[in-house]
Design a binder for this molecule. Structure first.
Ligand code: RIB
Length: 318
């Protein structure tokens, strides 16, 4: 069983030709709402990956914005441990998605701020705890330390980026970051591999968008190139990766296999609109993986590019 503890937001989304620069107004298309929030998205991604029962600890306001998020979680068969705030509104996120599928997100945390250390449910039966940084850092640290003491594997997706206290890093088995988050946590501007090697977490995975991802897993560097897709909306793709990866690892998959599955799930999520609405079922991911037939030379070229992006020689052969 996996426990995700984190945020739940209602996403207010407008597509526009481009994301506005500071001071700029752009005319967009129709406005849509989608269930989102990094915690809730990652719980849905775990559940849709299949094979593992997924629970979510999240806080909501007493308002109508909570309803579509709870419906989406229920539809994905996520077991919800809700905290209700009488004072704070359900979290919201304001998202502009460009024609290229890139996004800019501003979150109003609202009730996500109400998640406190004492809200953690009993950890018996859970093998993994998955956390993010859209809820109070004090609670994230308390949950991570309680899970570590209980022998539960602790994974943190350190998003949105912020420096992490050493006590939190010490409690982690797995750290999941993008390039910006990695630089922020590593605290220096070295190459990706240098940043990974500077962290004392047993496994660190960095996602690198269209390049793919790289992991430093118990001292071994692993690379997974990205699957070629045309992105429609990248919102929730990182969450899909994190949830799918944890679901795979919790079922005993080896890290390379888990990275491949998570990359495929995340690639598919980029081809669909919204956050939770874009997260694929396991059958879709398996079918997508079976359709991948790139030539050896294309695979070698993509791997060389990924290695060099990470600061290594493009090839391991002399
Ligand atoms: O990672 C995407 C998510 O970030 C969105 O669903 C939004 O709610 C914010 O939490």
């Amino acid at each position: 069983m996996i426990l995700v503890a984190g945020s739940a937001n209602l996403d207010f989304v407008v597509r526009a030709q481009h994301i506005p620069a500071p001071g700029e107004t752009v005319l967009g298309q129709d406005f849509q709402t989608y269930p989102g929030g990094k915690g809730a998205n990652q719980a849905v991604a775990c559940a849709r990956a299949g094979g593992v029962s997924t629970h979510l600890l999240a806080a909501f306001g007493n308002d109508a914005f909570a309803t579509p998020i709870e419906a989406s979680l229920q539809q994905a068969q996520v077991v919800l441990h809700p905290v209700r705030s009488a004072q704070l509104a359900t979290g919201t996120a304001f998202i502009c998605v460009s024609e290229q599928g890139e996004n800019a997100i501003t979150v109003a945390p609202g009730a996500n701020q109400a998640l406190r250390p004492q809200h953690l449910p009993p950890l018996q039966g859970f093998s993994h705890l998955l956390l993010q940084l859209e809820t109070p850092l004090e609670s994230v640290c308390a949950y991570a330390q309680a899970a570590q003491q209980a022998g539960v594997c602790v994974a943190l997706n350190a998003a949105p980026a912020q420096p992490l206290p050493p006590a939190l890093l010490d409690a982690l088995d797995l750290l999941l970051v993008n390039e910006t988050e990695l630089a922020c946590i590593a605290g220096h501007a070295g190459s990706i591999v240098e940043c990974l090697q500077g962290l004392q977490v047993p496994s660190v995975v960095v996602t690198l968008g269209a390049h793919g991802c790289c992991a430093l897993h118990h001292g071994a560097l692993l690379f997974q190139t990205a699957f070629p897709i045309t992105p429609l909306d990248t919102t929730g793709a990182g969450d899909t990766f994190c949830g799918a990866l944890c679901a795979q690892l919790s079922q005993g998959a080896a890290m390379p296999e888990a990275l491949r599955y998570a990359s495929a799930a995340s690639a598919l999520a980029c081809t669909r609109a919204g956050a939770q609405t874009s997260i694929p079922e396991a059958a879709d991911v398996r079918a997508f993986l079976q359709q991948q037939h790139s030539s050896d030379s294309a695979q070698h070229a993509a791997l060389a590019q990924l290695r060099s992006f990470c600061g290594l020689p493009a090839t391991t052969t002399p």
